[in-house]
Write a protein that binds this ligand. Structure first.
Ligand code: ZN
Length: 189
């Protein structure tokens, strides 16, 4: 079992903590905003240790294929440059944070922060071997991002206090699948 503290070779990945995924947004996750103070704590830890902090964001063009208006599974959300696509205003984003935008193709959706972004390549170049992640939503974008992190050979820690599901009834199944893939689930802060 690995420890629960960050060290050289680690990076923090904050997945899609955007207005539309928080209460008041277009596709709100129950209690979604509650991840912000927890993630701020981890951002502080990573920044103090001079480790990379990466923020992914859902960043869709108008008329994106995932929207109800196109027959997709989701309401219109995270349209590029809209208020809903902005990071939560209380998220303490370090100056040096790396932004990764996904879902920018009209005809194709991307749940994982690794999907079509080149993030795995960048992490390799930075010699990152272990990833710590949280954000929204636990059973969709965080889930697929964690699985991709494992596929890219990263030791992957999911911070349970820093994530919330959009479908709460899927949470246990998600945890089981993540554990099976070798993702380390970190309880508490
Ligand atoms: Zn989306």
């Amino acid at each position: 079992m690995t420890g629960t503290s960050m060290r050289a070779g680690d990076a923090l990945l904050v997945v899609d903590v955007q207005n539309d995924f928080c209460p008041g947004g277009a596709l709100p996750v129950d209690d979604g905003h509650a991840v912000v103070p927890v993630l701020n704590h981890w951002i502080g830890t990573a920044t103090d240790a001079n480790l990379p902090v990466i923020l992914s964001r859902d960043w869709h063009p108008v008329d994106h294929v995932s929207f109800h208006t196109r027959g997709g599974p989701w309401p219109v959300h995270c349209v590029q440059d809209s208020w809903g696509a902005a990071f939560h205003p209380e998220l303490r984003i370090p100056d040096k944070a790396v932004r990764v935008s996904k879902g920018g193709h009209f005809e194709r959706d991307a749940y994982s922060a690794f999907d079509g972004t080149g993030l795995a390549h960048w992490l390799r170049r930075r010699r990152v071997r272990r990833l710590w992640l949280g954000g929204l939503a636990e059973d969709v974008c965080v889930y697929h991002t964690a699985l991709d992190a494992r596929r890219h050979g990263l030791v992957t820690h999911l911070l349970l206090a820093a994530t919330r599901p959009v479908f709460a009834d899927r949470q246990q199944e998600c945890h089981r699948a993540l554990r099976e893939a070798g993702v380390i689930l970190i309880a508490g802060q």
